[in-house]
Design a protein around this ligand. Structure first.
Ligand code: AMP
Length: 453
């Protein structure tokens, strides 16, 4: 069993080159053209395992080079025994939770496989199925799919999985989060029993380990970047700020012209749209990417962002999963995620492939609990930016009436307020009840925010 804990794509084993991994010439040539010289740790570990036909359990997240870790050996194995002259059959199936990830995996197969003669297609929901069914009818060697559309087209008889030799389940933990587990189980039930399976997940909670057990047989395990250490190369900063001042703070930060592009995370789709509106009002080019947007709009926003015609992309977590933008330097957490690991996934969009990365997180009084969880997970205190124009004033915000008045459990609101962490490096406010009078500074900032809306 191989079990590595190297921390980032930057960390390489000396001496290991792609050409010492028994990779065939057409793929080596493509890797050279892509500018890859040294395999990342997960590639160095996984490629030999997959090439020998063994099942693999990979604990790794996007940003570690995991796509190439499975795509390279798959291309090599399929290329080694191609049946020429016959209609192509789906010999490898890669299932991934989001459309963006599917598209990116497809692009990787296209890049690394360009001299192999193998072909691939990508299928996902939210778009017309006809181009996808036409591609399937013409025959494909490698199919990259999201679970819903895969089952849909399979049920309509447009594809069969009976010839799959190598199956990849990507981002399994996110699959579970997104409620795809039943689709995944249905799909596994129709895969040939005799196959090679590769299973990737950023985290390994018990349900994932159980699921892996039903898919893999005698797997080798490769583990890189334990979730808490990926963040080491990213400069992380916290701004304590009142909820109502977050947009003003964002606009203020974006005055810095050194920030060429920034990926901003909001918790909700509505929140993403709202932030975009305000940025546009301030003449900052921004677009939103989330599940309510049509696939074409999402793809267009992503392309504009990659080409830097759009400076700020505002995304929800699910939509952002797998966004791979070269040289993305700034990630801004407009809201602190309530699941600590989500923070790591978010900031992992920057600092990729060893690049520089900076993360700013806006934390209001109610989010301090989440921040504590994050710091526990990453085992360090995040740097606090104290000197900024919108310091947190309201340490005990009044809850929205809807929550405070909850009849079923009248204690909840008060309990929640007393639970709030004492502000760090700022004046501690002991009272659980809201302050009777706001101080002047707060009012001033509040008015300022209002006027920018
Ligand atoms: P992934 O984790 O597969 O999403 O890959 C993250 C990023 O690293 C992508 O932009 C890849 O193109 C890039 N990448 C993957 N492998 C290598 C490598 N060996 N050398 C340089 N860049 C790489």
């Amino acid at each position: 069993m191989t079990n590595k804990t190297e921390s980032a794509i930057k960390v390489q084993k000396p001496n290991i080159q792609f050409n010492s991994l028994n990779i065939v010439e057409p793929i080596l040539k493509a890797l050279k053209e892509e500018g890859y010289s040294i395999p990342t740790p997960i590639q160095a570990e996984s490629i030999p395992i997959v090439l020998q036909g063994t099942d693999l359990l990979g604990c790794a997240q996007t940003g570690t080079g995991k796509t190439a870790a499975f795509a390279i050996p798959i291309l090599q194995l399929l290329g080694a025994n191609r049946a020429y002259g016959k209609k192509r059959k789906i010999r490898s199936l890669i299932v991934t939770p989001t459309r963006e990830l599917a598209i990116q995996i497809g692009e990787s197969f296209k890049a690394y496989g360009r001299h192999t003669g193998l072909n691939y297609t990508v299928i996902f929901g939210g778009v017309n199925q006809n181009p996808q069914t036409t591609a399937l009818r013409n025959g494909v060697d490698i199919l990259v799919a999201t679970p819903g559309r895969l089952l849909d087209l399979m049920n309509q008889g447009h594809l069969s999985l009976r010839d799959v030799e190598i199956f990849v389940l990507d981002e399994a933990d996110r699959m579970l989060d997104m409620g795809f587990i039943h689709d995944v189980k249905k799909m596994i039930a129709v895969l040939p029993k005799k196959r090679q399976s590769l299973f990737f997940s950023a985290t390994m909670p018990p349900e994932i380990v159980k699921l892996a057990g039903t898919i893999l047989s005698n797997p080798e395990q490769v583990s890189v970047t334990p979730v808490s250490s990926t963040v080491d190369i990213i400069k992380q900063n916290i701004y304590f700020v009142d909820k109502g001042n977050k947009t003003s703070l964002l606009v203020d930060i974006l005055k810095d012209s050194n920030i060429k592009t920034a990926l901003v995370f909001t918790r909700t789709k509505h929140g993403a749209d709202k932030v975009v509106k305000i940025l546009i009002k301030h003449k900052i080019k921004a677009e939103a990417i989330h599940g309510n947007k049509a696939q074409n709009a999402r793809q267009r926003a992503l392309t504009n962002f990659k080409e830097q015609t759009t400076r700020v992309l505002v995304a929800t977590d699910i939509a952002a999963r797998g966004i791979d933008v070269d040289d993305l330097e700034y990630v801004i957490n407009y809201e602190i995620p309530n699941i600590a690991e989500t923070y790591v996934h978010r900031i992992g969009r920057t600092g990729r492939a060893g690049a520089e990365g900076t993360a700013f997180s806006f934390c209001d009084a109610e989010e301090k609990e989440y921040l504590k969880d994050i710091e526990k997970l990453i085992s360090k205190n995040i740097n606090i930016i104290e000197d900024h124009p919108f310091p947190l004033m309201d340490h005990n915000p009044v809850k929205a009436p809807k929550q405070v008045q909850g009849k079923r459990n009248p204690k909840t609101a008060a309990q929640k307020q007393t639970k709030q962490a004492a502000p760090r490096k700022t004046k501690s406010v002991k009272s659980a009840s809201p302050k009777p009078t706001e101080n002047k500074t707060r009012k001033k900032w509040f008015n300022k925010t209002k006027s920018t809306r």
